[in-house]
Design a protein around this ligand. Structure first.
Ligand SMILES: Nc1ncnc2c1ncn2[C@@H]1O[C@H](COP(=O)(O)OP(=O)(O)OP(=O)(O)O)[C@@H](O)[C@H]1O
Length: 259
């Protein structure tokens, strides 16, 4: 099989806050089409890694590349580059409907612009209608079409998580970053989410940070394990689960999916 260049490459990333070294020489690759999980004990640096990839945190040193090109991330430019992210806090507009929240995720594709909006030109209206159709299609696909016209604030947390996922996906990202997607979900909702993410493989590459071991072990193609800001293991879930360094890092915590 031909070797593909990684979609995202992280090289020797170092990040510190004050005197605290939070990421130390972190290198990893995300291959197109895979679901990569980043795991590690509390405070290992997982969120900082995500924040650095998204441009919220500036590294002391190290480089990122996306699709073979040097990536200097800026949060507001990520979507245009083809990277989308869901946040732990979801970041939805509480008073907007689920449908409007999802459609808002495609603003960079909206061609209306201020002049178009003022003139309300027919083609701009058609474009907006298409976007809303697409947003509705995504809600249907995620089994939450019933929630389309309800304000997000009134929806249960599990539904809001799906809305946030649909909003990230409507921008048609090549790389989707999910920050603790299973947090706060029931066992049934976690299983359904894993099914949804599995179904995304055809259209995007996924990198996720997660604490929920069963979820990552069953879902991810590969895992990268961070501990005290360093990569201590990389490989398939089965391999990582058996790794003594990983077991030591998680001493007292469940690593095995069936633990
Ligand atoms: N803005 C900040 N300023 C100072 N220290 C920070 C900041 N953000 C994170 N840290 C510290 O960096 C370390 C790594 O934090 P980070 O949130 O990246 O870890 P994590 O693996 O995501 O943890 P968790 O699983 O608990 O969310 C922690 O010691 C944390 O206290």
């Amino acid at each position: 099989m031909a070797q593909h260049a990684p979609l995202l490459r992280v090289d020797e990333l170092n990040v510190s806050f004050g005197g605290l070294k939070v990421l130390q020489a972190v290198s990893l690759e995300v291959t197109e089409g895979e679901v990569l999980g980043v795991i590690g004990p509390n405070g290992a640096g997982k969120t900082t890694l995500f924040n650095t990839i998204c441009g919220f945190v500036r590294p002391d040193s190290g480089t990122l590349s996306f699709d073979g090109h040097r990536l200097v991330p800026r949060p507001h430019r990520l979507t245009r580059l083809g990277i989308a992210r869901t946040l732990q806090g979801l970041g939805l507009f509480p008073n907007l409907s689920a449908l409007d929240n999802v459609a808002a995720g495609a603003t960079h594709r909206s061609r209306t612009g201020p002049v178009g909006a003022l003139l309300a030109s027919p083609w701009a209206e058609r474009h907006e209608l298409r976007l809303r159709d697409q947003a509705m299609g995504m809600l249907e696909q995620f089994g939450i079409a019933d929630a389309a016209h309800r304000p997000c604030a009134s929806l249960p947390y599990g539904i809001r998580k799906r809305v946030a996922l649909a909003r990230a996906l409507i921008s048609e990202p090549r790389l989707l970053l999910l920050d603790e997607p299973a947090a706060g979900l029931s066992a049934a909702e976690t299983g359904e989410l894993a099914e949804i993410v599995r179904g995304l493989r055809q259209r995007t590459t996924v990198m996720l940070v997660e604490h929920h071991m069963e979820f990552v072990m069953n879902l991810c193609d590969r895992l990268v394990v961070l501990d005290f800001g360093e990569v201590i293991a990389t490989g398939t879930p089965a391999r990582v689960r058996e790794d003594p360094a990983v077991q030591r890092a998680y001493l007292g915590e469940a690593v095995a999916a069936d633990a």
